[in-house]
Ligand binder design. Sequence first.
Ligand SMILES: CSC[C@@H](O)[C@@H](O)C(=O)COP(=O)(O)O
Length: 379
Amino acid sequence: MLVDGKPYRTIWLNEDGRSVNIIDQTRFPHVFSIVTLRSMKAAAVAIRTMQVRGAPLIGATAAYGVALQMAEDPSDGGLDHACRTLMATRPTAVNLRWAIDEMRTLLKDLPRDKRSARAYARAAEICDEDVAICAAIGRNGLEIVRGIAARKGPGATVNILTHCNAGWLATVDWGTATAPIYMAHDAGIPVHVWVDETRPRNQGAALTAWELGRHGVPHTVIPDNSGGHLMQHGQVDMVIVGTDRTTASGDVCNKIGTYLKALAARDNDVPFYVALPSPTIDFTIDDGVREIPIEERAGEEVSKICGLTRDGRIETVSIVADGSPVANHAFDVTPARLITALITERGVVAADKDALSEMFPERAVGAVLPSHEKEAGAA
Ligand SMILES: CSC[C@@H](O)[C@@H](O)C(=O)COP(=O)(O)O
């Protein structure tokens, strides 16, 4: 998307054909800076420290991480080491595992002298695929926004609430939850976004608001607790969030606080949508609450806050009494029953095991028969 009129992706290969550039997300919204990754280890650090974050971008960075390792050491040991190191960076986003498995499967049977070139080519493809997938999610979600706009009448603004950052900064371009928003805005549909600040890392305030602002999309940052109140007062027409992992039965794991938004949406008859690329679906598990490992991050993310001082310095200050214990669960799970529908690259689908297997039959484990075949079988 555009930054000061210049198009950017969140990750790209340098002209040297080897090192990889990323946008350092730890310095947003105050500083826009680009960091060069020159080794697999640097890619792993970038994922762990959240210089890059968001499930699809984590997957793309891991793919380039494997490529960086292949440029340095294309041996079987090098490949194993890269896959293990990158896999250990963050536990929740399933795209990480998906990208690493993809790279390992592709490279393990290749002769060593072919591995580096093939790894870079596949990492670039993974990035391009993510852009195409997010654009398709945008087109599919746009129809939902268009429908709401039509029901509200000419000139009425569609108010959309989002949580965390599932924007282009969380992907390679377009974003997941934001893709329908950008496309609606570009199509001239009046949209306004309620941006949850998303404590403790403030991805909403620091990232979503920044990128919506750069693209000219009207938005308002709100404390995380405001959503229920706004919904009670008819100020939210729909919720769209992203996801870090979605189970075969449609349970959605996303940034902590998403579940509470879904509960408030259900109580107020506000449609609650989740936008996701299919690599985010983990067809090996069903029960999100029991089976998805939830990352617990450092307590300091809760007890301290970082911001810009009046004299332009970025500073971190404490906000919790000394000695008070803190807990920092980074994600929660929204059960499928609270989700209106999932917006995927192939279309809008119910958060339901049969519907998901039918839409992605090649990925489903023990795939169920398409419904027309089931009916034929039952007859
Ligand atoms: C498109 S990824 C899903 C997002 O909504 C969100 O959970 C996310 O950005 C990931 O969290 P983060 O911990 O910032 O890496």
